[in-house]
Design a protein around this ligand. Structure first.
Ligand code: FES
Length: 143
C-alpha cells in the first residue's frame, strides 16, 4: 500500500523537533482526522537555513512533513512557496488516494510558517503566500 520511500520517512523521519527562536512557525490541522502539523523555519536573507517539524498524526502525515522539510531546506523562500502537495507526493513515489490529503497538510504547514515569517516582518503575507485554508477542504479525510 505504501511505497518504500513513505515507509522510510515514516520510520526515520528527517528534521524532527523544534527550532528555538524560529523565524517562522506554522501550525495546521485537519479537523476531520485531528492530525496536527507544526513547522519551524530559520531564515537568513532569502534562504531557509533550517527547518524542523512536529507532527501529531498518521504515518502519511509524518512522511509528507519529513520529505517536505528536506525539499525546502537550503532553498530560497520563493522555491519553498512553490512547493505543492503534488510534488511532495511525487517525491514519496506516490500515496494511496485516501492519504493524499495528508500531503496537503505538509504544503499548508510550510505556507503557514512562511506567512508567520512575513507577519513578524510587518508584511502582509496574503499577497505573497496566498490565502491559507483554515481546514482541509482539498480532501475527504475519513479516519
Ligand atoms: Fe493523515 Fe488526515 S492527515 S489521516
Amino acid at each position: 500500500m505504501y511505497s518504500a520511500k513513505v515507509m522510510d520517512h515514516f520510520a526515520n523521519p528527517r528534521n524532527v523537533g523544534e527550532i528555538e527562536n524560529a523565524d517562522g512557525i506554522g501550525e495546521v490541522g485537519n479537523p476531520k482526522c485531528g492530525d496536527i502539523m507544526k513547522m519551524f523555519l530559520k531564515i537568513e536573507g532569502n534562504r531557509i537555513t533550517d527547518v524542523k517539524f512536529k507532527t501529531f498524526g498518521c504515518g502519511a502525515a509524518i512522511a509528507t512533513s519529513s520529505i517536505a522539510t528536506e525539499m525546502i531546506k537550503g532553498k530560497s523562500i520563493d522555491d519553498a512557496l512553490k512547493l505543492t502537495n503534488k510534488a511532495v507526493v511525487e517525491a514519496l513515489d506516490g500515496l494511496p488516494p485516501v492519504k493524499l490529503h495528508c500531503s496537503v497538510l505538509a504544503e499548508q504547514a510550510v505556507k503557514a510558517a512562511l506567512a508567520d515569517y512575513y507577519r513578524r516582518q510587518g508584511v502582509d503575507p496574503e499577497p505573497i503566500v496566498g490565502k491559507l485554508e483554515e481546514d482541509c477542504h482539498a480532501c475527504s479525510c475519513e479516519v
